[in-house]
Design a protein around this ligand. Structure first.
Ligand code: NAD
Ligand code: TDX
Length: 349
């Protein structure tokens, strides 16, 4: 039996991962912990709330005593660590929470695992989920690989870079079996509408202006979230402790081209008299805005036998369709009502 702890499982990628693992691995028991920040939404896990192999606890990963009790109560075999502050713009406005969760929280989790797994490290695995933003910005040429130097440019990227360094140090110094993944930009269902793709879709549906930073020529390498989940499953169960894996779909797109494409999809799926493109507004650039991200995922392909299974055009359309069909989810996020779900769901438990 696999006894898996997932941190940040009420967020975008974490919830997709939990849904995917429960379906794909009948031998896995999953405990999700999440502090339910603005980005954590238990409605993302509603379809499995009564699943016999799933449970949830509201725990902050910076809370050492709670982590200690958690690891004493469950003999976890695997940890998949997603919990983080994840939005670059928020890290520019207020970096403090990023240091707390991404750096100190990751440190506390590494400590808790090391303490609980003392003497039995061989059979355990700790997957640290990170980002390609730790490598900084590329020019017109080249790709990020596992060998790329760390050059974080935003407070978010700096905090993730620091957490990667602690994860690495816990492997090298203490032998904690840590595997680190560095993935490119994800998109798909359940993504909080502060990130580019859901923000564009929601603004199109609400007929609000679509803010494109700077000249719109920044490039991101987009990966469908379910492909990321399959890649993480491969890292967790087949990856080498102490190694890092760069994950991406060789799918570079300029922001403005992506925004226009999304506008066309919304025009088709939810037609309106005026085309969505008319909503596009170029706005002041993000400070320190990285120009281009692009991953060379050769190691994932050759060593872990992973490659993306989903096509970009189909998955983008599927994502737009999901946001259109899940108006309740969308509206509860926009009104802030989703934050009350925990109280409604757990008040009598
Ligand atoms: P998200 O913001 O949607 O979710 C983060 C989750 O962590 C939320 O549920 C939140 O409540 C929880 N959380 C935050 N602080 C916590 C704390 N102190 N204790 C417990 N839980 C806490 O983020 P996401 O997009 O799903 O990203 C998940 C992970 O993947 C992050 O580590 C991020 O750096 C990484 N990543 C994201 C992307 C992307 O494109 N979104 C790409 C590569 C890597
Ligand atoms: O309103 C916007 N207008 C705009 O032009 C927003 C929110 C973004 N952008 C641009 C900035 C980026 O070039 O779109 C691009 C994507 O922006 P985000 O969705 O904020 O993502 P990014 O900054 O690239 O970081 C993301 O990918 C790596 C995630 O937020 C991180 O959590 C992940 O680690």
């Amino acid at each position: 039996m696999i006894r898996l702890l997932v941190t940040g499982g009420a967020g975008f990628i974490g919830s997709n991962f939990v849904l995917s693992i429960l379906e794909r691995r009948p031998d896995a028991e999953v405990v999700v912990i999440d502090s339910l920040t603005y980005a954590g939404n238990l409605e993302n896990l509603k379809s499995i709330e009564s699943h016999p192999r799933f449970s949830f606890q509201r725990i902050d990963i910076t809370d050492d005593a709670s982590l200690r009790r958690l690891f004493e109560a469950h003999d976890f075999s695997h940890v998949a660590h997603f919990a983080a502050e994840s939005h670059v713009d928020r890290s520019i406005a207020d970096p403090g929470a990023f240091i707390q969760t991404n750096v100190i929280g990751t440190f506390r989790l590494l400590e808790a695992a090391l303490r609980a797994w003392d003497g039995r490290l061989g059979e355990k695995r700790f997957l640290h989920v990170s980002t390609d933003e730790v490598f900084g910005s590329l020019g017109a040429e080249g790709f990020f690989t596992e060998q790329s130097p760390y050059q974080p440019n935003s407070p978010y990227a700096a905090s993730k870079a620091a957490s990667d360094h602690f994860a690495r140090a816990y492997f090298h110094t203490f032998g904690l079996p840590v595997i680190t993944s560095n993935c490119s930009n994800n998109y798909g269902p359940y993504q909080f509408p502060e990130k580019l793709i859901p923000l564009v879709i929601v603004n199109c549906l609400q007929r609000k202006s679509i803010p494109v930073y700077g000249d719109g020529a920044n490039v991101r390498d987009w990966l469908f979230v379910l492909d990321h989940c399959l890649a993480l499953e491969a890292c967790l169960f087949k990856g080498q402790p102490g190694e890092t894996y760069a994950i991406g779909a060789r799918n570079e797109v300029r922001n403005i081209d992506l925004v226009r494409k999304l506008c066309r999809i919304v025009d088709q799926l939810a037609p309106h008299a005026e085309p969505c493109e008319n909503l596009i507004t170029f706005v002041k650039d993000r400070p320190g805005h990285d120009r281009r991200y692009a991953i060379n995922p050769e190691r994932m392909e050759t060593e872990l036998d992973w490659k993306p299974a989903y096509s970009f055009d189909e998955s983008l359309e599927r994502t737009v369709h999901w946001y259109i069909s899940n108006a309740d989810w969308r509206n509860r996020i926009l009104s802030g009502d989703y934050l009350k779900y925990y109280e409604r769901q757990y008040s009598d438990r």
